[in-house]
Design a protein around this ligand. Structure first.
Ligand SMILES: Nc1ncnc2c1ncn2[C@@H]1O[C@H](COP(=O)(O)OP(=O)(O)OP(=O)(O)O)[C@@H](O)[C@H]1O
Length: 323
């Protein structure tokens, strides 16, 4: 049986030129020899840092961009040979997407797109009602979109992407810019879609989201596949050493730089948590680094220290940080 999405040695490069008088040309290889497949009914995640090639890959799969070389098949159809046939059987939604009619109600927006997508007039009414129910917007369908939150708009976009009942759905950063409550509602919707039998390929920068949602994940960087597997497989495939979280306040950059150079330390990431700074220090496998990390930090500024099990984010940082 063929996979629902099958990507084989896929490449896409872009030629760009800069300068007015002396033009210089540059080629960016956005996707390089990428191969993976997504099985029917699977929720598959594509992860990678900015510029890794995730959107370029999705754009080729949804027939908005032609591959430079290699083959991509969706539902067994070559995306470069028969884009029309692919388009009629897939849906896609980009995070932060515009394109809804603000002055129209949610239901009128769906009616308009249903016409555009050629949904038969007979089935439009029931289809729209079903979709509004699915995306938790029934009861709000008569309200104009201009009064909707970002999360509601995104759910409406997903309903729009499902009007023609596609078998495969591509979601590019579906929860970007959406508050935690809205993001949770969207994640619940994605789970319902999977339960309804859709095959879903999604990109995200949120590791917790990927860990919660995805059956399998491909991690890509610089257009190439770095790792592929279930969240559990990824966590155990990367030989992660000790992970220490240090909550501090007012820690100078020089101290963070010093920790990075300590023996046994693999990566250090610093972020803001409320009024505190959170340092996440990953050690090399087998190295005991808690003592030396704490010695490098003035204990006047340490709020809390804990060691914990590696998360998908730790595995991701180890994979991408080391590439
Ligand atoms: N139309 C284009 N012209 C030139 N270069 C492009 C074009 N589209 C993408 N690129 C380049 O291709 C590379 C991959 O970009 P892409 O948008 O696929 O990454 P991404 O993984 O989706 O990143 P992000 O997480 O930031 O959305 C980048 O270096 C980008 O600058």
């Amino acid at each position: 049986m063929t996979s629902t999405v099958e990507v084989t040695d896929l490449c896409r490069s872009f030629k760009t030129s800069t300068g007015l008088l002396w033009r210089s040309h540059r080629t960016t290889e956005a996707v390089r020899d990428l191969s993976f497949s997504v099985e029917r009914g699977e929720l598959f995640g594509l992860l990678g840092p900015n510029g890794a090639g995730k959107t370029t890959t999705i754009k080729m799969l949804i027939t908005l961009l032609l591959p430079t070389s290699g083959v991509a098949r969706v539902l067994g159809i070559d995306v470069a040979r028969d884009p029309q046939a692919v388009r009629s059987r897939i849906g896609y939604v980009f995070g932060g997407e515009r394109g809804l009619y603000e002055r129209l109600s949610a239901a009128d927006n769906l009616r308009y797109f249903a016409e555009l997508y050629g949904v038969s007039p007979r089935s439009q009414r029931t289809r729209i009602a079903e979709l509004l129910e699915l995306v938790d917007l029934s009861g709000r369908e008569k309200e104009r979109v201009e009064g909707f939150s970002r999360g509601m708009r995104q759910r409406l976009h997903i309903a729009r992407g499902l009007l023609h009942d596609p078998e495969v759905l591509f979601l590019d950063e579906p929860t970007i810019g959406i508050d935690p409550v809205g993001a949770r509602q969207l994640r619940e919707l994605v789970v319902r879609l999977r339960e309804a039998g859709k095959t879903i390929l999604l990109t995200t920068h949120y590791m917790l989201e990927a860990d919660l949602l995805c059956d399998r994940i491909a991690v890509i960087d610089k257009g190439q596949l770095l790792a592929l597997g279930t969240p559990t497989e990824l966590k155990s495939s990367v030989d992660i050493g000790q992970v220490i979280e240090v909550e501090t306040f007012g820690l100078p950059q020089t101290a963070i730089d010093r920790i990075e150079t300590l023996d046994g330390v693999r990566t250090v990431t610093a972020s803001v948590r409320g009024h505190l700074q959170l340092l996440v220090v990953q050690g090399h496998p087998g190295a005991e680094v808690t003592g030396s990390v704490l010695a490098a930090v003035d204990d006047q500024v340490v709020h809390r220290v804990l060691t914990r099990e590696p998360t998908l984010e730790d595995a991701y940082v180890a994979l991408v940080g080391g590439s």
